[in-house]
Design a protein around this ligand. Structure first.
Ligand SMILES: NC(=O)c1ccc[n+]([C@@H]2O[C@H](COP(=O)([O-])OP(=O)(O)OC[C@H]3O[C@@H](n4cnc5c(N)ncnc54)[C@H](O)[C@@H]3O)[C@@H](O)[C@H]2O)c1
Length: 339
């Protein structure tokens, strides 16, 4: 049985801890800078508590490390775990900014392709079915992709300054989705952003409503729409339009319930509330893919290089917003814009 050390004992670590057991692996030990957090999760899972990163890495029964700590610690922890010869799965984003992401990939060298980057939406059954339909030729040649991603409500204000901004924090998932679905790197990005949800978000230097257009060399277009607020719940849809048709990964409903009242004539049940509920299945399937890959020695299906490219797109979108014009993108993640 594959032994895993979990770095972090916060929200995502808790989700991953459950999935590790479900995937038939063993959660061996947990390290968190807040010992009480590690103790609480260890108590629930039967794992041991590590008193340091090194203590966790020194354990011979730990074959893999799952990094689910705050975003500004991913580069360091991933590097340490790889150095120690462990397989690694790291939460998104790879790094809080482009220079850190580049430093991480440079430091990892050939191992960058082995680090599993946790872009969980690739494992969502609906979104994955869109990708499969594109690859199977069901919609002919892909021409336009529309990704809609709206949170039900904004995060707490104190989170905004440390989030790195909407593009790096929230749209990072959609940038990865766009690259994956397009099957071709974008060569330009144009973004617009506004503060329509809460002026306080603007006062903190961020936007809460944004749209981005990505274009590939062959002319394929992807439009990404993000909002920090949605009156009808977590809105997550992907539409792929091609020369022979269209497929849509729509919002799954909480249940199959339909409402019949004097005001509602067969209205389906609500959307799933937020990411834990909406993407629960994807979190389980990504850990399953990680554990399965370790057992069979197969490369990570989504890796640190994908993590770098997503951070690059996020940073370029931020530059486009500041400059008010489209920004050119390079395959080597070169910065083509002035800071
Ligand atoms: N894939 C997704 O859908 C998704 C959703 C939410 C969060 N995330 C990502 O997961 C990561 C964790 O987010 P969260 O919501 O669980 O945050 P959180 O604040 O709930 O948990 C983070 C934990 O990491 C611990 N920590 C911080 N620095 C550490 C260090 N150097 N060593 C060990 N422990 C450390 C903190 O004490 C805390 O317990 C973030 O990078 C975030 O971007 C991904």
């Amino acid at each position: 049985m594959i032994g895993i050390a979990l770095m972090g004992a916060g929200r995502m670590a808790r989700v991953h801890a459950k999935a590790i057991a479900a995937a038939g692996a063993k959660l061996v030990t947990i390290y968190d800078v807040v010992p009480a957090a590690a103790e609480a999760l260890a108590g629930e899972t039967g794992a041991s508590i590590a008193r340091s990163v090194q203590e966790a890495l020194d354990r011979p029964d730990v074959a893999a490390v799952l990094v689910a700590t705050s975003s500004d610690t991913h580069v360091e922890l991933t590097g340490q775990a790889v150095q120690a010869g462990k397989a690694v799965m790291c939460e998104k984003p790879l790094a809080p900014n482009l220079s850190e992401a580049q430093r991480c990939v440079d430091g990892l060298g050939e191992q960058a392709e082995m680090v599993f980057l946790a872009f969980n939406r690739r494992f969502d059954p609906g979104h994955a079915a869109v990708k499969q339909a594109i690859e199977a030729g069901e919609i002919g040649a892909l021409e336009q992709l529309t990704i809609t991603s709206r949170d039900p409500f904004p995060p707490p204000f104190d989170y905004i300054p440390k989030s790195g901004g909407l593009f790096r924090d929230m749209m990072i998932h959609d940038f990865d989705m766009a690259r994956w679905m397009l099957g071709e790197e974008p060569v330009s990005v144009f973004s617009r952003g506004s503060c329509l949800v809460d002026p306080q978000i603007g006062a903190l230097g961020d936007v809460d409503t944004a749209c981005v257009i990505l274009v590939t060399r062959s002319g394929k277009q992807a439009v990404i729409l993000n909002s920090r607020r949605s009156a009808y719940g977590f809105d997550q849809r992907i539409e792929a339009f091609g020369s022979a048709g269209m497929v849509i990964s729509d919002n799954p409903r909480a249940t199959g319930l339909k409402h019949f009242t004097s005001a509602s004539f067969g209205a389906p049940d609500r959307f799933r509330s937020f990411f834990m509920e909406r993407y629960g299945e994807s979190y389980r399937l990504e850990i399953e893919a990680f554990v399965d890959g370790l057992a069979h020695g197969t490369p990570a299906p989504v890796n640190a290089l994908d993590g770098l490219r997503a951070v690059y797109l996020a940073e370029a979108a931020g530059a486009s917003l500041r400059l008010g014009k489209a920004v050119e993108l390079k395959t080597n993640c070169e910065v083509t814009w002035h800071a």
